[in-house]
Ligand binder design. Structure first.
Ligand code: NAD
Length: 306
């Protein structure tokens, strides 16, 4: 019976699926020396963020497949794996829906002032009708930066679920593809910043996307606009974002990704009431965990039984 090593446990669905055909062991230990001492027995290894480097791969004489719980393979020495004929499988699109929904709900929670209203009522405040009201998505311009797995789903939910006008900035995608799917193609990022009522980033963190939304672009935005970063810290410049939010030159920000994770408690953004925070968990709905776990299991099974 072939053997599968999980470095950490995942949602049980995929593990149960594999246990019917394979011997499955969970290490619960990511110490490299320990992993090196046991990996020689295994035909598959499953990692989340644990580094699978050249030395570890070279200690794995029976290894046929490395499964990544996620899509980024930067923690895996892919070149060495390929040289040794080891396949890499990832969870592809399995978590995108979860991140897309969380992004929309976070922007909606901000614009509908849900946290504020909940807190006000808990402090015996009932009459909020004279205060500034909330904002609907319908008829508003939602700017989506990056039309990949997650950005395209955010765009669909905003347009078809909430009747927003959705504009896309993604210079790598073809204009026709974006327009055919019912969205407005935006060529100029500055334009998108200035016209969006909601702006959300869904690009990878690259040298070209670091500080993509900096102080200059934030200054182009409407003071009534909301912004979200459910991609990677550093795409929106945190220091610049703090300045515009503090000065009320922007209505609010929903942040799931930070330049340093977890952020220092002293990070000024954590102390603003017009910021909605979450600890890089957009991906972790129960449904997504299950889909990702099954994607890992099916990917491994396809290689081991192929
Ligand atoms: P993807 O690769 O499917 O899509 C990225 C898109 O960005 C592509 O369409 C690409 O053409 C576009 N792009 C690249 N450079 C660009 C630029 N300079 N300007 C505009 N568009 C550009 O990626 P994805 O799976 O949709 O993930 C998007 C982001 O979400 C990534 O940063 C990823 O790390 C992050 N993510 C976050 C969570 C979370 O829990 N918050 C979970 C998964 C992924």
């Amino acid at each position: 019976m072939k053997k599968i090593l999980y470095i950490q446990p995942l949602h049980p669905s995929g593990m149960e699926f594999l246990k019917k055909k394979y011997h499955v062991f969970t290490a619960n230990n990511e110490d490299q020396q320990y992993l090196k001492s046991i990996i020689g027995d295994y035909h598959a290894v499953v990692t989340r963020l644990t580094v699978i480097d050249r030395e570890l791969i070279q200690s794995a004489e029976h290894l046929q497949v490395i499964a990544k719980h996620g899509v980024g393979t930067d923690n895996i020495d892919v070149k060495t794996a390929e040289q040794q004929g080891i396949k890499i499988v990832t969870t592809g699109d399995a978590n995108s829906r979860s991140v897309a929904e969380h992004t929309i709900f976070a922007l909606g929670a901000l614009s509908k002032r849900i946290v504020y209203l909940d807190q006000a009522m808990r402090h015996s405040k009932w009459q909020t009708r004279d205060e500034k009201g909330s904002v609907d998505f319908a008829g508003k311009t939602v700017g989506v930066i990056g039309f990949g797995r997650i950005g395209s789903k955010v765009a669909e939910i905003a347009k078809y679920g909430f009747e927003a006008k959705v504009h896309i900035y993604d210079p790598i995608m073809k204009r026709e593809e974006i327009e055919e799917r019912g969205f407005v193609y935006e060529q100029d990022l500055d334009e998108l910043c200035s016209k969006s009522d909601f702006l959300t980033v869904h690009v990878p963190l690259l040298e070209s996307t670091r500080n993509l939304i900096d102080g200059r672009r934030l200054a182009l935005m409407k003071p009534t606009a909301f912004i979200a970063n459910f991609a990677r810290g550093g795409i929106i410049n945190e220091a610049d974002l703090y300045q515009v939010l503090k000065a009320k030159k922007l209505a609010g920000a929903a942040l799931d990704a930070f330049e340093t994770e977890p952020p220092e408690e002293t990070l000024p953004l954590l102390h603003l009431s017009n910021v909605l925070l979450s600890p890089h968990c957009g991906t972790f709905s129960e449904d997504s965990k299950k889909r990702m776990s099954m994607a890992v299991a099916k990917g491994i099974d396809a290689v081991l039984s192929g």
